[in-house]
Write a protein that binds this ligand. Structure first.
Ligand SMILES: NC(=O)c1ccc[n+]([C@@H]2O[C@H](COP(=O)([O-])OP(=O)(O)OC[C@H]3O[C@@H](n4cnc5c(N)ncnc54)[C@H](OP(=O)(O)O)[C@@H]3O)[C@@H](O)[C@H]2O)c1
Length: 194
């Protein structure tokens, strides 16, 4: 499966316009002692099922600057970029910086993921590229009850194919809500993917 998993504000932003995510980290910080999404197995359970990752360059640069080391060691990660970007300084990091169209990469990424899933880390534009090519299976968004009014969107354009189907809704005691949606795909693209 190809899964777009991230946290978003109630009004659908995944970062401020300047890329900060204080709205998320400070909210989670309040609940470190109590149960948070991670504390209740939201993130750990998800990450266990992931075999490979893909992200845009802005997200990658944010993780390099703020991630406290490379958090995805041991899992192959594709970074989409037209630029030369530095590698993480961490054991086990497997980062492939590429400039390419998603359909030209998908087989390689799914093969690397093996029995596990491919995680689209973000941002919204990268998720939209997968969706445009009907290569997105699931949207898994943890809603944080804050409203920013502006910022970087969950998707940056219309998601074709009609409404998604709700698979799971999970309320965390922190007040965050994890929503899992299946993206409907036309039957013919299912068979063309093999
Ligand atoms: N809340 C959450 O859970 C969450 C999750 C993920 C990310 N985030 C945050 O959300 C923000 C996302 O930022 P964003 O939407 O501006 O950007 P992004 O998707 O991370 O990166 C976009 C950039 O990636 C490169 N790119 C994308 N597709 C490409 C392709 N097919 N080939 C080559 N290069 C390609 C382009 O830059 P270049 O070619 O110039 O490199 C493009 O400007 C970041 O601040 C991130 O930290 C939050």
């Amino acid at each position: 499966l190809v899964r777009y998993y991230c946290a978003a504000t109630l009004d659908g932003y995944i970062a401020e316009s300047d890329d900060s995510i204080d709205w998320l980290t400070s909210y989670e910080g309040h609940f470190e002692e109590a149960d948070s999404d991670a504390g209740q197995g939201g993130y750990e359970a998800f990450y266990e099922g992931i075999g490979a990752l893909v992200m845009g360059s802005v997200t990658y640069e944010w993780v390099l600057a703020h991630g406290g080391g490379w958090p995805y060691a041991g899992k192959p990660a594709w970074v989409l970029s037209s630029r030369d970007l530095p590698q993480p300084d961490a054991d086990g990091a497997d980062v492939r910086v590429v400039e390419a169209q998603v359909p030209d990469l998908i087989d390689e990424m799914l093969q690397a993921a093996g029995e596990r899933d491919l995680w689209i880390v973000g941002g919204g534009n990268v998720a939209s590229q997968f969706a445009d090519h009907r290569l997105l299976d699931r949207v898994e968004v943890t809603i944080v009850p804050v409203v920013l009014g502006d910022g970087k969107p969950l998707f940056d354009r219309r998601l074709a194919g009609g409404p998604m189907q709700l698979i799971e809704a999970r309320a965390f005691s922190s007040g965050m809500v994890g929503l899992t949606y299946e993206v409907r795909r036309p039957a013919e693209s299912e068979s063309s993917r093999g």
